[in-house]
Design a protein around this ligand. Structure first.
Ligand code: FAD
Length: 553
């Protein structure tokens, strides 16, 4: 351990060709300087945590600082309280109200702003790309990911040369040693390969996305009132499509609806009756994880509030330009996009937000695929037998994943597993995965913040007590599900804990204004810092008096 902590981060110019990213330019030429932590005589185990989201951030704060030296590596220098992200897009909260900085003088957690690009299980190192870019924009790796394509795989990657302004976003490469590694890089939005969606839709995972949605919404209103805007174009610009009627899609539609009707319409009285929000989903009902009666209540309430809900609708493509226009199609933010569905044909929209579910990021699908050198010393067991047999190195191994390039399959202790060509499974001793990028083989919890933070706390406690493999495996405890449906109404599904077991829900949960009050109280109390608990509570109160923030940055 001491040896690893003393080692410097090394420049990895020679490793660049193995990164499967044709044409990329390496900016690193000199060896990196050792950090203060590395120069110290720290004897604690270094836990490298990939990701600063619900999994990584929660785990880092819970690990015992006496035993472990946690180091978060993430392109994002902050944690986002995702359940309130929709509130920031609709001006109900400031963006700063829902983020927590990873660097915090009170915590003993170290941080490097970078993105993991590969893992060497034999050397126990992570290959990273620095993402501290000139402008301080932390979304740069996403921009690159989007350019190269993610879930659709290498064959669909954009073959065009990168736009010059993206070139400088490539960072220096360096290696970081670990004693224990925790992979919590989350998920990206699934587009199902729908033409034009990756390039033209807005996604909704991070602060940058929420800013873009708010800015575009305001932009569409300003474009709509320009004197030369035709009535037809006005109608298209003020049609907002949200694809995916799960909790995020529903809450986003509800929040934008509140914003438009309670705040924006007072500013644009001439546009009265024109703005329209439409929710699309292939499923026959919304909020499928809720009880039938709650799901029906959500649909009826939102329809009454003016949100058009189009279930059993299949989106076929999304492009810039007006309906019926011939190609070529060029991005023109001054005009509308065209969304095509199998059922309704072409429709002009000012913005389309895509929230249809999770796909794995390129780090999981490509970097964590085959294992170049079998890490015999790091194997806990193969098919239950420990230690690993000597001939295990002779066959080729891959990371074990759920079908169709799904999440990493982990065992009950969240340990990452490998699989060989004979179908045998090996469990890694010091590499763990949790959150949206991982799935326990038995009793997989839903991909939610609730489940992820439970996993992170559970793993930190097991590591602190050196109990991994010695206690019962992780099991998810369902604490209920909530969704805001607009006009101060919400739904709350309470898990049934009676005779029928935790998976059976009460036929009726709580709905309406009472549920909305519980929803607000719950999220104030769950916000991480006292600073943000108070900021959120005060902002919600101030909104009642002064309205939401309508600024467009
Ligand atoms: P994330 O929280 O997404 O964190 C992933 C982290 O990994 C990020 O910091 C990212 O920057 C970093 N990263 C990405 N690539 C790399 C890389 N190559 N190297 C290093 N770091 C990397 N769940 C609920 O339970 N209740 C809710 O109300 C709820 N509302 C939601 C609302 C929205 C808008 C969204 C998007 C999600 C919501 N969820 C909710 C789901 C919940 O946010 C996720 O399940 C949860 O964030 C998963 O945690 P995670 O740590 O796996 O991933």
């Amino acid at each position: 351990v001491a040896h690893r902590l003393h080692s410097t981060y090394t420049s990895t110019t020679s490793i660049i060709p193995t990164l499967h990213t044709p044409g990329r330019r390496c900016l690193a030429t000199q060896a990196q300087q050792p950090t203060a932590a590395q120069e110290s005589d720290d004897k604690r185990e270094r836990v490298v945590i990939l990701g600063s989201g619900w999994g990584g951030y929660t785990l880092s704060r819970r690990l015992s600082p006496k035993t472990f030296a946690p180091l978060i590596i993430s392109p994002r220098s902050y944690f986002v309280f995702t359940p309130l992200l929709t509130n920031t897009a609709s001006g109900s909260l400031d963006f700063s109200n829902i983020v927590e900085p990873v660097r915090d003088p009170r915590s003993k957690v170290n941080f490097i702003q970078g993105a993991a690009r590969g893992v060497n299980l034999k050397k126990k190192t992570v290959l990273c790309e620095a993402t501290v870019v000139k402008s301080g924009v932390t979304e740069s790796p996403r921009t690159l990911e989007e350019h190269r394509g993610t879930e659709e795989g290498p064959e669909t990657r954009n073959k065009q040369p990168m736009h010059p302004y993206l070139e400088w976003e490539q960072g220096e490469m360096f290696e970081v040693p670990y004693d224990k590694l925790v992979i919590a890089v989350g998920a990206v939005s699934r587009t199902f390969g729908t033409p034009g969606v990756r390039e033209n839709a807005m996604f909704f995972k991070d602060i940058g996305d929420a800013k873009r949605v708010k800015r575009r919404l305001r932009e569409c209103f300003e474009l709509a009132v320009l004197p030369f805007t035709t009535p037809e174009m006005r109608k298209w610009l003020l049609s907002f499509a949200i694809v995916g009627a799960g909790p995020t899609g529903i809450e986003l539609a509800a929040s934008l609806r509140d914003f438009i009707y309670s705040d924006l319409m007072a500013l644009y009285p001439s546009l009265n009756g024109i703005p329209k929000i439409t929710l699309y989903d292939v499923a026959p009902k919304v909020l499928s994880m809720f009880d039938e009666s709650l799901s029906r209540y959500a649909m009826e309430t939102m329809k009454r509030e003016g949100v058009d809900i189009k279930t059993s609708h299949h989106v076929k493509s999304l492009r810039w330009g007006v309906p019926g226009a011939p190609p070529p199609y060029h991005m023109d933010p001054k005009r509308c996009l065209t969304l095509t569905t199998e059922e309704d044909g072409e429709l002009g929209v000012g913005m389309c937000v895509w929230v249809t579910g999770n796909a794995m990021p390129k780090f999981i699908t490509e970097s964590l695929d085959s294992v170049e050198e079998f890490p015999t010393d790091s194997i806990h067991s193969i098919e239950g037998s420990s230690p690993a047999p000597a001939d295990a190195e002779k066959v080729s191994w891959k990371f074990k994943k759920a079908p169709k390039n799904g999440p990493l399959l982990v065992d009950g202790y969240l340990r990452v597993q490998l699989q060989n060509e004979k179908g045998q499974t090996a469990v890694l001793r010091d590499v763990f995965a949790l959150g949206d990028n991982a799935m326990p083989e038995k009793g997989a919890p839903p991909a939610t913040a609730q489940a992820t933070s439970q996993e992170a706390k559970w793993l930190a406690d097991r590591l602190n007590k050196n109990e991994v493999g010695k206690t019962p495996p992780f099991s998810f405890r369902d604490l209920g599900t909530m969704a805001y449906i607009g006009d101060e109404r919400a739904l709350m599904q309470i898990p049934h804990t009676g005779d029928r077991g935790a998976s059976n829900f009460l036929p009726e949960g709580i709905k309406g204004r009472t549920a909305s009050l519980i929803w607000k109280t719950a999220y104030i109390s769950m916000s991480i810092s006292w600073r943000n608990k108070l900021r959120v509570a005060f902002r919600w109160m101030l909104n009642k008096i002064f309205g939401r923030d309508i600024s467009r940055f």
